[in-house]
Design a protein around this ligand. Structure first.
Ligand code: GNR
Ligand code: NI
Length: 173
């Protein structure tokens, strides 16, 4: 397995509408496993393929706490087939927006249909942290970041901070 590098915003590769996968084959399975390793090594609970520069509709998640056994979830071509009317407001972060947090409103529960790592169609009903995570990851597949759910002022403040951090890193200051 390989730890891949995670793209930090602003970056055009985070804005793409990713392509569906034809079939979950050995190559896609390998990518899913590399994404899980990358996500765990960054202490994240989810990761979408565009965050590692792959414009495909693939995501992985694991919301198990560090003291619990891992519960890895691998999805290709996920689709929301049902969402609750109740919404919840909760703080989100993103591995592509390091050290930035903001409250985002989303449906409390969702039911998602997807292809698993064996190319089988499955459904998952998610609530709580898993529901937030799967919606956040599916947004990445459409080039949407959590800051796109905020006011344009809040979004600009966060993105400006990140470009400044990138500029400073580039000159080694
Ligand atoms: O690790 C992550 N934590 C998180 C917390 C609240 C809501 C969403 C997330 S997803 C994020 C990892 C990430 O950026 N996935 O795209
Ligand atoms: Ni993210």
């Amino acid at each position: 397995m390989t730890v891949l590098s995670i793209i930090v915003a602003p970056d055009p590769r985070l804005k793409v509408n990713a392509d569906p996968v034809d079939k979950v084959d050995g190559e896609i399975r390998q990518l899913m496993d590399d994404m899980l390793e990358t996500m765990h090594s960054a202490n994240g609970i989810g990761l979408a393929a565009p965050q590692v520069g792959v414009a495909k509709r693939i995501l992985v998640m694991d919301v198990a706490r560090p003291d619990e056994d891992p519960q890895p979830i691998r999805m290709a071509n996920p689709e929301v087939v049902w969402e609750s009317e109740e919404e919840v407001l909760a703080e989100e972060g993103c591995l592509s927006l390091p050290d930035q947090y903001a409250e985002v409103v989303r449906p409390q529960k969702v039911r998602v249909r997807y292809l698993d790592h064996e190319n089988e169609i499955r459904e998952l009903e998610a609530d709580g942290l898993l529901a937030k995570c799967v919606q956040h990851e599916m947004d990445h597949l459409d080039g949407v970041l959590f800051v796109d759910h905020l006011s344009s002022l809040k979004r600009k403040i966060i993105l400006r901070k990140l470009s400044k951090t990138k500029r400073m890193a580039a000159v080694g200051a």
